[in-house]
Design a protein around this ligand. Structure first.
Ligand code: MN
Length: 383
């Protein structure tokens, strides 16, 4: 069946160094939006989605309706997707990474702080996050060069310098901001869909040995900033109505600005993590404790403004079961458990040459499934 519903936006060129323009994926083709008679058509002859995204919800919905009508009537501006080069779809403004899976936070807490309760006292009161490095967000397919840095195991007296021995992934979901907001003015939780255009997949590559030594007291830094990969297609929120679910029950009363009873933005995405083509995990995004709407409300409650191109990542998606963990540190329990692959080999952390791919689907209209495509990358040796 022809998918005129998902209509994910991306940026493509017909040769690797060719002119970039905006496209919409339709089955195995890409609709060259820059060739269509649309309002503000110049936005689409562009190397990023930002100009289109900045125009806001009413315009996004208008363009979506016009695309659906054009596709229903038939258009000649469909290019075979195979052979096109896909680029980073947005010019990333600010990048914030959250920590919103309770199962992930509890797993990490047990490993990093075995003598303390797994969740810190603030965790059920606010969506914890940190500001990441937007300049090292790259499109799927970009290889990850194994980072070097300071590592110090608890049994070492002093740190040593060298390639990370604990290179990991974090399977996450990203939310792309279109409409900016005013400095000093919080964005209420009910305005989420006025500001957020759509959803992509994120791999927050992470070096656990660099991270463990550097993260106290200010949080992640070089253990995270060497690369963050995103999928090339941004699925509009407008395509995800059938995927909306309430978040799981919260056991701590929410402050009013985070109360989402009237604004449920849980999304029933099923993620799949593959290592060298073998599925190793199936994290359920519907199990996330904090939603992106709550994250947006929290991010701006102090008056911090939004910019077009802001990227909010969910944090590692991990479910309650072992085969639902969204990182290798959880799958191998920090080296204490062994992840055995189909060929009999084992993994604790990533090896040079490993290829990791994260894909996802979600419920669409009438029992269909929406595909988010994938975000993939190969590990290259340290330089
Ligand atoms: Mn992360």
């Amino acid at each position: 069946m022809t998918d005129h519903h998902t209509l994910p936006f991306g940026v493509f060129s017909q040769t690797p160094d060719g002119e970039r323009r905006v496209g919409v994926r339709v089955d195995d083709t890409v609709l060259d939006v820059s060739r269509l008679d649309l309002p503000h058509a110049a936005d689409f002859a562009s190397s990023s989605l930002n100009a289109f995204l900045a125009r806001g919800r009413a315009h996004w919905d208008d363009v979506r309706a016009r695309l659906q009508a054009l596709l229903a009537a038939g258009t000649e501006h469909l290019l075979p997707a195979q052979g096109l080069t896909l680029h980073l779809p947005i010019e990333v403004a600010d990048y914030v990474d959250f920590y919103s899976s309770r199962h992930h936070a509890e797993n990490i807490g047990r490993m990093f702080r075995p003598d303390s309760p797994p969740l810190t006292p603030n965790w059920t009161h606010l969506p914890i996050g940190y500001h990441g490095r937007s300049g090292t967000v790259a499109v799927s397919g970009t290889p990850v060069v194994r980072p070097s840095g300071q590592r110090k195991a608890p049994t070492d007296d002093v740190p040593t310098f060298g390639p990370s021995r604990r290179l990991d992934i974090e399977a996450e979901v990203g939310f792309v901001v279109g409409t900016p907001s005013d400095l000093g003015t919080p964005v209420p939780i009910g305005d989420f869909a006025e500001h957020v255009f759509g959803v992509c997949l994120v791999n927050d590559w992470s070096s656990r040995d660099l991270q463990a030594w550097e993260y106290v007291p200010l949080g992640p830094f070089l253990g995270k900033s060497f690369l963050t990969s995103v999928s090339p297609w941004v699925v509009p929120l407008a395509a995800l109505e059938a995927a909306r679910v309430p978040a799981p029950p919260r056991d701590t009363p929410l402050l009013p600005y985070l109360d989402d009873a009237e604004h449920p933005w849980g999304l029933d995405l099923e993620l799949t993590v593959s290592l060298n083509g073998e599925v190793v995990s199936s994290p359920p995004f519907g199990s996330m404790y904090w939603t992106a709407a709550q994250q947006l409300a929290h991010l701006t409650v102090n008056g911090a403004s939004l910019r077009t191109g802001d990227l909010l990542a969910s944090g590692t998606v991990s479910g309650p079961q072992r085969d639902q963990r969204g990182s290798f540190i959880e799958l191998g329990w920090g080296g204490a458990e062994v992840l055995t692959l189909a060929d009999g080999s084992t993994r604790s952390f990533l090896e040079d040459g490993d290829v990791v791919s994260i894909s996802a689907t979600a419920p669409g209209p009438g029992g269909t499934r929406i595909s988010f495509g994938e975000v993939t990358g190969e590990v290259l040796p340290a330089r």
